[in-house]
Design a protein. Sequence first.
Length: 149
Amino acid sequence: MTDTMSSMFTLPEKGGERIINVLEKIYSAAQSRAVYSEPMTVGHYTVIMASEIAVGGGLGSGSGVGSPTPPFKEQGGMAQPQTQPRSSAGGIGGGGGSSGRPVAIIIVGPDGITIKPVVDVTKVALAVVTVLGAVVMLLRGMQRVNKCR
C-alpha cells in the first residue's frame, strides 16, 4: 500500500517540472516585442504596429486508489470469488492557447504622432449577426407569449 501511495505522488512531481517549463515559455512570449512590432522607418515616417495578445491555459492532476473488486471465476459449476489487489492510477494534463491580432498602427512623422485603429471586419460582422439573431429569437418569443393570451 505504501508503494502505491508513493508512486502516486511522484507522478505529479514529474509533471510539475513540465508545468514550470510551459510557464517559462508563456512568460517569454508575453514580452513587449509581442505587443509592439519593431519600428519601421520609411523616409521621415516611423511606423509601429500594436497588437492585442491573449493567452490562456489550464492544468489539472488527480490520483486515486480503488477498492479490491471480487471477480467471479467459474469452477465446477460454482462461482468462486477471487480477491484482486487494490489498484491505483493518476494523471496530469493541461492545455492552452494564444492568439494575437493587430489593433492599431502608430505613425510618427514630422506632423506629430498619429494612431490609426485596425478594424477587424470579420469580428464586426459576427457581432452584427449575433445581435440580429438574438433580436429575432426575442421577437419570436414575444409573439408566442402574445398568442397564448
